[in-house]
Write a protein that binds this ligand. Sequence first.
Ligand SMILES: CC(C)(COP(=O)(O)OP(=O)(O)OC[C@H]1O[C@@H](n2cnc3c(N)ncnc32)[C@H](O)[C@@H]1OP(=O)(O)O)[C@@H](O)C(=O)NCCC(=O)NCCS
Length: 158
Amino acid sequence: MHIDKQHCRITEVKIEDVSEIFQIETASYVYPWSMQSIVDQINNTNGYNRAISIDTTFFPSTTSGLVGYIFGYLILSDLYITNICIHPNFLKKKLASFLLENLLHDTRILNIKSIFLEVRKSNFPAKALYDKFNFVEDGERKNFYSDGETAMLLHLDV
Ligand SMILES: CC(C)(COP(=O)(O)OP(=O)(O)OC[C@H]1O[C@@H](n2cnc3c(N)ncnc32)[C@H](O)[C@@H]1OP(=O)(O)O)[C@@H](O)C(=O)NCCC(=O)NCCS
């Protein structure tokens, strides 16, 4: 199934989205964020939190059609992405790309000059996504994750 951009909506994450986000989070990660971490992220006044939803005809089992999200926080003109995640049933349909394209558009409005993130060294799909958007590798941090995995540090100047 192909999903066009015109069938997607990107909106600010609301507290009512928490349970759908938590479901996607637990279905996607071995070490998911807790419900409380998601609530704290939404309540962070420096947060950059956007959800992507699709027409519910593509996703009849939900009322909102929420299929993914990007979380981050702003410090002056730097944005730190802390999470980007798409529902497992809707991967490889360019939905994460739509979230990043929308973020690049928002950088002008929010005066963001650089975007930073960490990614697990083994996370090939995420690394391919960031590569597509021309993120640059700044190095690695060993033992970064609780299971001992190495993180790659990436950034993009916009
Ligand atoms: C990483 C993730 C967000 C990508 O979301 P997505 O909507 O499937 O990505 P897109 O469809 O926009 O893909 C964009 C590009 O990423 C690359 N890519 C994405 N998934 C890929 C995969 N499984 N294998 C290879 N390349 C992949 C491709 O280059 C793709 O470009 P193309 O469509 O022009 O071929 C998604 O796999 C996910 O939610 N994973 C679980 C959570 C996670 O690990 N998040 C990252 C934390 S740092």
